[in-house]
Unconditional design. Structure first.
Length: 136
């Protein structure tokens, strides 16, 4: 009888721990990656406005800060790659960010927003793996 009560109590305590602590911490980690992406986009646009081109970054793992105003939060991995946008015929850049303890990959859109890449896509898995392995 005591074993059953302990098992039920342990089950509920594990549910509380997972639902309230792990999920909340995961959301905090994703928020750090989103903040880093916004910072990278602003930094790239500011650099483009003064120099007429985008600059490459990393991949770097935070904490990192450069003289161009880019700040990468702790345990966030960021990579920015300048590229040519064939559709618009202008310079552009692709930025990727992932938190070491997070689950998703973040990337920028053409209009300067941040979006989460589909977790089950091959590209997402490949880029996430590349970023995590590059800064061990």
């Amino acid at each position: 009888m005591t074993g059953c009560i302990n098992a039920v109590l342990a089950y509920f305590l594990m549910h509380i721990a997972i639902d309230y602590f792990l999920v909340t911490k995961g959301a905090e980690k994703e928020a750090l990656a989103v903040q880093t992406m916004h910072n990278a986009i602003v930094s790239q646009k500011r650099f483009f406005a003064t120099h007429g081109r985008y600059y490459a970054v990393g991949p770097v793992r935070g904490p990192y800060q450069n003289d161009l105003g880019l700040t990468v939060e702790k345990d966030v991995i960021l990579q920015v790659v300048p590229q040519w946008d064939k559709a618009k015929a202008e310079e552009s850049f692709q930025a990727y960010a992932v938190h070491v303890w997070g689950t998703g990959l973040l990337l920028n859109t053409t209009d300067g927003q941040v979006e989460k890449a589909p977790v089950d896509s091959e590209v997402s898995a490949m880029v996430r793996s590349k970023l995590l392995n590059s800064v061990k």
